[in-house]
Design a protein around this ligand. Structure first.
Ligand SMILES: NC(=O)c1ccc[n+]([C@@H]2O[C@H](COP(=O)([O-])OP(=O)(O)OC[C@H]3O[C@@H](n4cnc5c(N)ncnc54)[C@H](O)[C@@H]3O)[C@@H](O)[C@H]2O)c1
Ligand SMILES: O=C(O)C[C@H](O)C(=O)O
Length: 311
C-alpha cells in the first residue's frame, strides 16, 4: 500500500482544481478530486490532465477525479471548496443558504469514509460554513478549520510590498476576524524585514492599504466578472494543508472555533494559530488596543448575523 499522504479536494471548480494542481506540484500526496456526477465527466478529465503534467513538471502524485466518495477513504486532509461563488453585486453572505445545504451533504460523505481526517473549509461565507461542517461532522474543533486569514494576509502583504517596492517575502502581517469587509488587518503586528510598517508607510497610505485588503475579494470579483478569486485562495489552502501534512507547526491565521479566546464563545473566527499534525494545535491570543477590540467585535457581529440564518 502507498505510504504517501492522501488529500481529497471536494469541489473541482476554480479553487478546487487549482489547489489540487498546486498540491500535486509540491508532492504533498496523492490527490482525489471530487465533484457531483456530470454527464461529460470534467472532474475525471481535469484530474487526468493534471496527472499528465507530472512528467513535464517532474512531480510524482496520483491524481484521480470522481464523484464516488469511497475513493476518498482514509484521506489525511480534506479540503472543501464545493458550492457556489459570488458574482459582481453579491456579498459572500448571499451564498449562505445554498452552500449550507452543500456543506451538510458533503460533510456526511467525508466523515463516513475518513473519520480521522482534518478538514479545511474554503466555501463561503466561510466562517459560517466552517461552523456548519464542524457541527455536521462531530469532529473535535482542532480538526475542522477554515481558510481566510492566509489569503487576506497575502493580499495585505502584496499591497504593502507594492507600496514600498520591496520583496513580498519580507513583508509579514496578520488579519483577524471574519472573512468579510470588516475583517481586521492588524497593522501594529505587521512588518517589513522586521521593521514596523508604521515606521515605513504614512498613516493615510496604510489606511488605504487596510481598506483595499478588506475589499480584496470584491476587487477580484469585479475584475473577473463571473466568479471569484482562485489562484491566491488555492495557494493559501495548500500552505495550510502542507503545514498539517508535514507537521510544520506553522504560525498561520486560521478560522478556529473559539471557546473564550479573544472574549468570544461558540463561534468560528479568524485568529492566529499554530497548524501541525493535529490540525489547530494552538490559538495565539494577542493583546489588542481598545480600537482593535472594537473593530473585532464589529466583525464578530457580522459573522453572528450570518450564523443566525443557518438552519
Ligand atoms: N474562504 C475564502 O477565502 C475563499 C476564497 C475563494 C473562494 N471561496 C469560496 O469557495 C467556493 C468555491 O469557489 P470556486 O471559485 O471554486 O467555485 P466554482 O463554481 O468554480 O467551483 C465550485 C464547484 O463545487 C461543485 N459542487 C457544487 N455542489 C457540490 C456538491 N454537493 N458536491 C461536490 N461538489 C459540488 C461545483 O460543481 C463546482 O465544480 C465558493 O463558495 C467561493 O465563494 C472562498
Ligand atoms: O470574494 C469572494 O467572494 C471569494 C473569496 O472570499 C475572496 O476573498 O477572494
Amino acid at each position: 500500500m502507498s505510504k504517501r499522504k492522501k488529500i481529497t479536494v471536494v469541489g473541482a471548480g476554480f479553487t478546487g482544481a487549482t489547489a489540487a494542481f498546486l498540491a500535486a506540484q509540491k508532492e504533498l500526496g496523492d490527490i482525489v478530486l471530487v465533484d457531483i456526477p456530470q454527464a461529460e465527466n470534467p472532474t475525471k478529465g481535469k484530474a487526468l490532465d493534471m496527472a499528465e503534467a507530472g512528467p513535464v513538471l517532474g512531480f510524482d502524485a496520483n491524481i484521480i477525479g470522481t464523484s464516488d466518495y469511497a475513493e476518498t477513504a482514509d484521506s489525511d486532509v480534506v479540503i472543501i471548496t464545493a458550492g457556489i461563488a459570488r458574482k459582481p453585486g453579491m456579498s459572500r453572505d448571499d451564498l449562505v443558504q445554498t452552500n449550507q445545504k452543500v456543506m451538510k451533504s458533503v460533510t456526511k460523505e467525508v466523515v463516513k469514509y475518513s473519520p480521522n481526517t482534518t478538514i479545511i473549509v474554503l466555501t463561503n461565507p466561510v466562517d459560517a460554513m466552517t461552523y456548519t461542517v464542524y457541527k455536521e461532522s462531530g469532529f473535535p474543533k482542532e480538526r475542522v478549520i477554515g481558510q481566510s486569514g492566509v489569503l487576506d494576509t497575502a493580499r495585505f502583504r502584496t499591497f504593502v510590498a507594492q507600496e514600498l517596492n520591496l520583496s513580498v517575502k519580507d513583508v509579514t502581517g496578520f488579519v483577524l476576524g471574519g472573512h468579510g469587509d470588516d475583517m481586521v488587518p492588524l497593522v501594529r503586528y505587521s512588518y517589513a524585514g522586521g521593521i514596523p510598517l508604521e515606521k515605513l508607510i504614512p498613516q493615510d497610505r496604510l489606511e488605504a492599504i487596510v481598506a483595499r485588503t478588506r475589499t480584496g475579494g470584491g476587487e477580484i470579483v469585479n475584475l473577473l466578472g463571473n466568479g471569484s478569486a482562485y489562484y491566491a485562495p488555492a495557494a493559501s489552502l495548500v500552505e495550510m494543508a502542507e503545514a498539517i501534512l508535514k507537521d510544520q507547526r506553522r504560525v498561520l491565521p486560521s478560522i478556529a472555533y473559539l471557546e473564550g479566546e479573544y472574549g468570544f464563545e461558540g463561534i468560528y473566527l479568524g485568529v492566529p494559530t499554530v497548524l501541525g499534525a493535529n490540525g489547530i494545535e494552538q490559538i495565539i491570543e494577542l493583546d489588542l488596543t481598545e480600537g482593535e477590540k472594537a473593530a473585532l467585535s464589529k466583525s464578530v457581529e457580522s459573522v453572528k448575523a450570518v450564523m443566525q440564518v443557518l438552519q
